[in-house]
Design a protein around this ligand. Structure first.
Ligand code: MG
Length: 503
């Protein structure tokens, strides 16, 4: 592969500098929620190769052991086999050689390869093999997050530590890698530096552990998987997407310049078609170009959440939290202890900016995980340590920051100031010590009707904004009646700073 000189010399220093800047920015942003990180864990991403086709092939062989193995001939799963309609949902490797793609109509696939063998999807069989796979994987780690019928993340950190202990008695010779070689410097957390050093030292053993896992799946279950290895989920997923089938790949943080940055921008996980073509219009070709472009420029082009995510992803930063399926798809939340007790007098100055930050971080997390929430809630802790919450179900699930913010603001206002005649927390003399925003009932977007939804959303938003303005005005008048003219006014950030400064 052609390499720009940029990718070679001094690259570690560039990464270290960029990393430092990001970590500093994260700290300064008061968003201590470490959503983005190169990771302090060891993560495997296991992905079944052509899952539906492989599983259909196995089922067919089980029923007729003398029959043809679908994996060895041009074959595909999808559509109505008799009517030859519908789309391809999986294809064999020989079918791929004819240029047949997942998602394309059966009709055009048959034009490319008239001898293509089509089989009908069989979800009962797929679920059965999926279960068997997960059971086997659980022997390698109980920290397992199943993300789809044929994909799972495994947190292998404990397994690695045990393996090191078992295979390397205390007297073993150690390879010492200096900080400079690692490209990590003292600004990045010590724990992470230590972890990366340990992973790098044991790279060979880690890869052979993945090879063992891959072999066991093939021998015991009869189908093949790719295993992607890294220190966070993003990089592990990107690694397993490399050459298929039956392969183990790594993209460790120190391999980012060689393995991540030369890839086309459209291959970055979470960068959809629309975003990719927009970036291509800007002259961005590779993931490395994104990293060079910088955070501010990407935010200005793609908006706060997406811009920040795309930039972080281009730097190989992602979550390393493997959520076991019980916790999975439950909720995303963030809460914050307020710097002073919040009451009616400082609600606008203290609670509102905080709510913006919280809604922003929740939206960011939803986007990052590729999920949408249909329930938004707020939670508060009062100065008497009582926890109160309120939530509402949206008409359609969302990951939109402004919608989450607006909903949370409405809920918090109701909770604090009361509504429809019921008294709020402030009426009862309570102050707030903590405020949180929570998004629940997550889905992968399969229930959304995008175009129609977005249209009705803009109408709805306009209505909501008007209503909100009216109710806010009413609320202010209500407070002013009770607490006097000075109690609440709508302030800009500048005025708030001046108020603070004059205290
Ligand atoms: Mg797969």
């Amino acid at each position: 592969m052609e390499q720009l000189p940029f990718y070679r010399g001094g690259i570690c220093r560039i990464i270290a500098k960029k990393q430092k800047a990001i970590f500093r920015e994260m700290r300064d942003n008061t968003m201590q929620d470490p959503i983005y990180d190169q990771g302090s864990r060891l993560i495997f991403h296991v992905d079944v190769n052509s899952a539906f086709l492989s599983w259909s092939a196995l089922k067919a062989l089980e029923e007729d052991p003398s029959g043809m193995d679908l994996r060895t001939i041009p074959s595909a799963v999808g559509g109505d086999v008799k009517l030859r309609k519908g789309v391809i949902t999986a294809k064999s490797i020989p079918a791929k050689e004819y240029g047949i793609r997942t998602g394309e109509p059966v009709v055009t696939a048959l034009q490319k390869c008239p001898g293509l063998v089509l089989v009908r999807g069989d979800f009962q069989t797929y679920r059965m093999y999926s279960k068997k796979l997960i059971e086997l994987l659980k022997n390698y780690s109980d920290k397992l997050e199943q993300v789809s019928i044929d994909e799972a993340y495994l947190d292998m950190t404990d397994a690695m530590n045990e393996m090191i202990k078992a295979e390397k008695p205390a007297s073993g010779i150690e390879t010492v890698i200096s900080d400079q070689e690692n490209g990590i410097q003292d600004d990045v957390s010590m724990e992470q530096t230590e972890h990366l050093r340990e992973v790098r030292k044991n790279e060979k053993e880690i890869i052979s552990l993945a090879e063992r896992l891959k072999r066991e799946v093939r021998e015991k279950l009869g189908f093949t998987v790719n295993v992607g290895i890294s220190t966070n989920k993003l990089l592990a997923k990107m690694a397993s997407d490399r050459e298929k089938p039956d392969k183990v790949h790594t993209i460790f943080p120190w391999e980012i310049p060689d393995k991540l940055w030369p890839l086309p921008v459209g291959e970055l996980y979470g960068c959809g078609h629309a975003t990719a073509s927009r970036l291509q219009e800007m002259g961005v070709r590779t993931i490395g170009d994104l990293a060079l472009l910088g955070r501010m420029l990407l935010i200005s082009q793609l908006g706060d959440s997406l811009g920040a995510y795309i930039y972080a992803a281009s730097m190989g930063l992602g979550s390393d939290e493997v959520r076991t399926s019980r916790e999975d798809a439950k909720s995303v939340s963030n809460e914050w202890t307020t710097s002073v007790d919040v009451d009616a007098s400082n609600f606008t100055a203290e609670a509102i900016p905080l709510l913006h930050v919280l809604a922003g971080s929740v939206a960011e997390r939803l986007i990052k995980d590729g999920v949408y929430a249909s329930t938004i809630g707020v939670v508060v802790k009062t100065d008497t340590f009582a926890r109160k919450s309120r939530q509402t179900r949206l008409r359609e699930s969302t990951n939109d920051e402004s919608l989450i913010y607006q909903t949370a603001e409405q809920l918090l206002t109701q909770l604090c100031f009361g509504d429809h005649g019921s008294s709020g927390l402030f009426d009862q003399g309570a102050g707030l010590r903590l405020i949180g925003v929570k998004a629940e009932h997550l889905d992968k977007g399969e229930y959304r009707q995008i175009s129609l939804f977005d249209y009705s959303k803009s109408l709805e938003e306009e209505r909501r904004r008007k209503k909100k303005e009216e109710s806010l005005q009413a609320m202010i008048e209500k407070i002013q009646l009770r607490y006097g003219q000075e109690a609440v006014h709508l302030g800009t950030g500048k005025e708030r700073d001046m108020e603070r400064g004059s205290k």
